[in-house]
Design a protein around this ligand. Sequence first.
Ligand code: NAP
Length: 268
Amino acid sequence: MLLDGRPLSKEILERVKKGVAEYGKITMASVAYDEDLESIVYFNSIKKNAEKVGIDFTSLVIKGEDLLDTIRSLNEDPTYTAVIVGRPFPKGITNEMVSAVLDPDKDADCLTFQNMGELFFGVEGVAPATAKGAIDILAYYNVDFKGKRTLVINRSVTVGRPLSQMLLNRDATVTVAHSKTQNVDELIDESDIVFLAVGRAGYLKSSSIKSKKIVVDIGINVKDGKVKGDFEADVKNSLVDYTPVPGGVGVVTSAEILKNALELTKSR
Ligand code: NAP
């Protein structure tokens, strides 16, 4: 079964549109540095959705060395109530630096120490959009996480760390794998749900799956102008339900960002 993210994305955007109409004007900003073409393209797609739901969206493209100062000035600028910052950050700028500088009350993708810390206490006020998208897409298809053996193949601050925490918050049993993990195939075999975010097309193939499971494909790989995930699906293998790329976690993630922007603005 294909776990299509588009109906959920549409539903979230409709709810946000209604919320914005009730609340009034919301203005958010994205910041990407000029060499980070992926974030620039990604933020342009969010901007299109923002315009559809009535959120004013300013997409800033800056020099890498100006990142922290740009964030500081957005913190101070009352026009903007939500901010997203492209990752990976420019050379010399770490997750910790951005986390420390960005105002947690404007943090629409849960980058800051405060919002990420709350997650570890089970408080999911502003959830990290990718992890939330991966979880919400399964919840939309009525997947219950309680007691499920879940495997997250990624340990980045953007994806794997918050996702594993959010799965624990939902009573899943969680294993996290990364490039130094041995026998990942065995872990995959033992899991009910596999979250893939390696960033390598064809990392996992449908043909290697021998028992019933769900694959949530978070990977985005662009080759020859085509977007592919990490999972190479084969509809003939009926043992696996999976989220497609494109049209899976990615489309939900961009809707989650706008939902976060609305929530942040409402709570000011
Ligand atoms: P990243 O920081 O490079 O993380 C990749 C992870 O994969 C790391 O934890 C790495 O392990 C692990 N890994 C690499 N090779 C492996 C192997 N052979 N076996 C097991 N694990 C392996 O990248 P990221 O920013 O988290 O993004 C990961 C992917 O998700 C990318 O394709 C990105 O485009 C995509 N993404 C999608 C969305 C969305 O909304 N759908 C959002 C963000 C990112 P180490 O930690 O040991 O290096």
